[in-house]
Unconditional design. Structure first.
Length: 285
């Protein structure tokens, strides 16, 4: 019996040695410098810089991100939109971005560029959308898009980001050099809970009543990787819809209009900068 036990012990040790070597080899293997992640979210409303992009309807959003250990990154993000929010003929937003970011202890730096693309959009001076959604006083012409460069800095859970348009801002003539400043905070409360806040300021070049400030406060809860959120969003953007013939720049239509009878009213109008609560659920994988 003793010899049997000793023999069994020696055999077990012989099998254990390769396993230990494999574990050590795995531990010694360098981590990949490449990271690829995806994200998916459902929102009760899509607000871009505080402005309603879906006419109060839900939005399905998602994207993919690549990053390298050197700090370089690239990605794509997408969402449905409503053509009455300034995207005539389009119902999809596609964002393509890339840049470089790095952290040093509690500090971080992020520089890059982003292109906002709305496939299928086409506006011209005879298009009713070009007249109504034009923020500058001259009808939109051609596709709706926007290109920006940005630089951001962070300290612990606070970040500040400046974005500068190097093209006409979402297709509005004469509005390049418009810019947006974003101050945000995200704080981890523990046990899956978090709170977040944001204040942003848009400077819309050459647009009367185009400048505004938006703000947000929210709470999140992580449940097995699914992040549920509730946010309150508000702005002081000019969106009064009391006069259809002379609307303020952030009074949007849902795209259904009555063109008979001269200056006939739009079927449905909405203040795109009005205060609202937004429910969401997101997942990163």
């Amino acid at each position: 019996m003793r010899k049997t036990i000793i023999a069994a012990s020696i055999a077990a040790a012989a099998f254990a040695v390769p396993n230990l070597a494999s574990a050590q080899a795995a531990a010694a293997a360098p981590a990949s410098p490449h990271t690829l992640t995806g994200n998916l979210g459902l929102f009760s409303s899509y607000r871009f810089r505080g402005i309603d992009q879906t006419f109060g309807q839900p939005a399905l959003q998602g994207g993919v991100d690549y990053s390298h250990s050197s700090g370089f990154y690239a990605g794509n993000w997408n969402s449905n939109v409503n053509q009455g929010a300034g995207f005539p003929g389009g119902n999809l937003e596609m964002d393509f971005y890339g840049g470089w970011k790095k952290t040093w202890g509690d500090w971080g730096l992020d520089v890059g560029a982003i292109y906002y693309y709305y496939p299928g959009t086409n506006s011209n001076p005879s298009d009713i959308f070009g007249v109504f959604n034009n923020r500058s006083g001259a009808a939109l012409n051609g596709k709706v898009d926007n290109t920006e460069v940005y630089i951001g800095g962070s300290w612990k859970w606070i970040s500040l980001k400046y974005s500068h348009a190097i093209s006409d801002y979402f297709g509005v003539p004469g509005t390049s050099d418009s810019n947006y400043l974003d101050l945000s905070a995200n704080y981890d409360l523990g046990n899956g809970w978090g709170i977040n806040g944001h204040v942003g300021s848009l400077k819309f070049k050459n647009v009367t009543n185009g400048d505004y400030t938006d703000w947000k406060i929210g709470v999140t809860k992580d449940v097995a990787g699914w992040v549920f959120g509730l946010s309150y969003i508000a702005t002081n953007a000019k969106g009064d819809c009391s006069g259809a013939t002379t609307p303020q720049p952030y009074c949007f239509s849902n795209g259904n209009v009555n063109l008979t009878g001269g200056n006939a009213p739009f079927d449905k109008l909405k203040d795109a900068g009005r205060s609202t609560a937004v429910l969401s659920v997101m997942k990163t994988f």
